[in-house]
Design a protein around this ligand. Structure first.
Ligand SMILES: [Zn+2]
Length: 343
């Protein structure tokens, strides 16, 4: 492995160490499912050590690649001082937990992830509890049953609390600089983004992704209105100075603002489409999801894999609840299943 200049036109998932700024590097690490393919870990030089944004998934292959990458930077895993983690999802957090057991580096995570993290460490909690509850509200119990039949990868020992809880908005003091941190709930409740103004970049985690839209409220204890939180968080980062976008999945992109505008447009369109399915008699989130097209390729609901069908229902549910708050639809609940009609 050798240090290379980052090429935003190249295959962003190819293992390596890519220079994206002064003393700043992108290290893509593999993920086990084909959906997202890889996660970017960013390493910033800080004094004689490194600070890492996000950690990757606790897999032997990811650990091996990260170890090689920090060596290329004339450092070692021992020299990694701190993990700043954007959110609690497994692909961002669990390798930090595994490495801390060996090397004792410090892990920092947004405070509003505490509830999900507590549930993840509780052997009595079914791993899909949050998702199953949403599927029930969405009128998709049959998907819930299918999901429950899949053997779970969940292992409580993958999880542990961070060393410190980040309270955003605020600043993160590093040895050689100060970063700003902003609360961006939506993808998860406690998602945060970091801004390194000196390097003119935003570490956006999964809040702003260049090629896909992040799942909304996929967590053990979703917020009441995760999509509304997400849209507010998009507007929040749109109100900050524009910077280069350093996403957790996908290539580095020139403008946070440009992508946020596309995402806001996308959700506007989606809200209108979902409103129409209800006017046409869809009734529930599951009913609406079946009438929509999914992914950038415009796939039908039934062509999606099981997990994507579950996320499609929860995503639709999140949009429906925003339409209710906006007064465009009304909601009634029968046995905890939400039914929607024109307001
Ligand atoms: Zn992710």
């Amino acid at each position: 492995m050798q240090l290379r200049q980052d090429d935003p036109e190249g295959d962003w998932t190819a293992p390596g160490v890519y220079e994206v700024g002064a003393g700043l590097y992108r290290i893509p690490l593999p993920l086990p499912q084909d959906g997202l393919r890889a996660v970017n870990v960013y390493a910033a030089r800080d004094g004689d050590g490194l600070v890492l944004v996000d950690s990757g998934w606790a897999l032997a292959e990811a650990r091996e690649l990260l170890e090689q990458a920090v060596k290329v930077l004339d450092c070692s895993l021992d020299g990694v001082r701190r993990f700043l983690v954007t959110h609690v999802h497994r692909d961002h957090y669990t390798l930090a937990v595994a490495l801390r057991r060996e090397f004792g580096m410090r892990i920092s995570l947004g405070r509003d992830e505490a509830g999900t993290l507590r549930a993840a460490q509780d052997p009595a909690q079914p791993p899909w509890a949050g998702l199953l509850a949403q599927l029930h509200r969405g009128g998709a119990d049959s998907l819930g049953r299918e999901l429950s039949a899949v053997p779970s990868q969940h292992d409580v020992t993958d999880w542990a609390d961070p060393d410190d809880w980040l309270d955003a908005p605020g600043v993160v003091e590093l040895e050689t600089g100060t970063w700003q941190m902003h609360a961006t709930p939506g993808h998860t409740r406690g998602h945060v983004v970091f801004v390194d103004a000196a390097r003119d970049v935003m570490f956006a985690g999964d809040h702003v992704l260049p090629r896909i839209t992040p799942s909304i409220g996929f967590e053990q204890q979703p917020a009441e209105l995760p999509l509304r939180a997400y849209l507010d968080s998009l507007k929040l980062v749109r109100g900050l100075p524009d910077r280069r976008l350093l996403p957790a999945h996908g290539p580095v992109s020139p403008s946070v603002h440009a992508r946020v505008d596309e995402l806001l447009d996308h959700h506007d369109t989606r809200l209108r489409q979902i409103e129409k399915t209800i006017e046409a008699g869809a009734g529930t989130a599951a009913g609406a999801a079946r009438r929509l097209l999914w992914t950038r390729r415009g796939r039908h609901f039934d062509e999606l894999d099981l997990f994507s069908r579950c996320l499609a229902v929860t995503e639709t549910l999140a949009h429906l609840d925003v339409l209710v708050i906006a007064g465009r639809l009304q909601r009634t609940g029968e046995d905890g299943v939400y039914h929607y009609a024109k307001a």
